[in-house]
Design a protein around this ligand. Structure first.
Ligand code: NAD
Length: 260
């Protein structure tokens, strides 16, 4: 078991990629905190883990809210005694051209993706530094941490920003044994992506099939979606890595869509 007795706080873990990472980490012996805006779905996700014999709790939290994030992290430490791994994964998508975006939409995207990453990182680091047992921080970036696409200005901006944050946290955390890295997946079939397909079809005036083939998977080497399991395996590699050799990095897992 690669994560035996580690405590992992995973945001957005009631659905999609975060939920898969939670199951992967639990299979490797970790104790899991499902932190999600959707409290009911978080409760269900934690119950599903407990049903497999894992230890898991749910906390309802908006990652963009300072007081809620601090309280959620405190609750996790109170329950499990420590935080060893943070996966800052919660995210949403808004698909619109820049000239049609409202300032509110822009701010909402940056609040979830960037404020959320900062607030959860700060709360986790305070506990990690105080406990003196090191830790691993993972940010859910995207191929859009490295590339741009039409209609995704706030998302691309935020996902690029996570790489900067990870590099600083890698430098500051090193003397405390805390590592920070970014995973950059290509398209994965989750509710976040399923919602975009009809939206992009309408905005671009093409069929949903063409959104998948000619937009989403066009640049991959094999026309395949990245899978939840692919992303979870990379998340496991980063979380379980035993030294500071792997820190400040961003790894693309995208069927070759991006090769940087
Ligand atoms: P998803 O919609 O399946 O899950 C996202 C989860 O985040 C949901 O449970 C939602 O309730 C939660 N959430 C949303 N806003 C929140 C907030 N303010 N506070 C706390 N929780 C909140 O999406 P997913 O595809 O699993 O996406 C997870 C992450 O992976 C996101 O950061 C996304 O940008 C990133 N990502 C996804 C893909 C993809 O193709 N699906 C590709 C690259 C990166």
């Amino acid at each position: 078991m690669k994560l035996k007795d580690k405590v992992a706080f995973i945001t957005g873990a009631a659905s999609g990629i975060g939920r898969e990472i939670a199951h992967c980490y639990a299979r490797e012996g970790a104790r899991i905190v499902i932190a999600d805006l959707n409290g009911k779905a978080a409760d269900e996700a934690a119950a599903a883990l407990v049903a497999t014999g894992a230890q898991a709790i749910a906390v309802a939290v908006d990652v963009g809210d300072e007081a809620q994030v601090d309280a959620a992290m405190d609750r996790a430490v109170e329950h499990f005694g420590a935080i060893d791994i943070l996966v800052s994964n919660a995210g949403v998508q808004i698909v619109k051209p820049v000239d049609a975006l409202s300032f509110e939409e822009w701010k909402r995207m940056l609040a979830i993706h960037l404020d959320g990453a900062f607030l959860t990182t700060r709360a986790a680091l305070r506990h990690m530094y105080a406990a003196g047992r090191g830790g691993s921080i993972l940010y859910m970036g995207s191929v859009h941490s490295k590339e741009a696409s039409l209609l995704k200005a706030p998302y691309v901006t935020a996902k690029h920003g996570l790489i900067g944050l990870a590099k600083v946290v890698a430098k500051e955390g090193a003397s405390h044994g805390v590592r920070a890295n970014v995973i950059c997946p290509g398209f994965v079939r989750t509710p976040l992506v399923d919602k975009q397909i009809p939206e992009q079809a309408a905005t671009l005036g093409i069929s949903e099939e063409d959104v998948i083939r000619k937009v989403m998977l066009k640049e991959t080497v094999d026309g395949e979606f990245t899978t939840l399991e692919d992303v979870a395996q990379v998340a496991l590699l980063f979380a379980a890595f035993p030294s500071n050799a792997l820190t400040g990095q961003s790894l693309v897992v995208s069927h070759g869509w991006n090769m940087q």
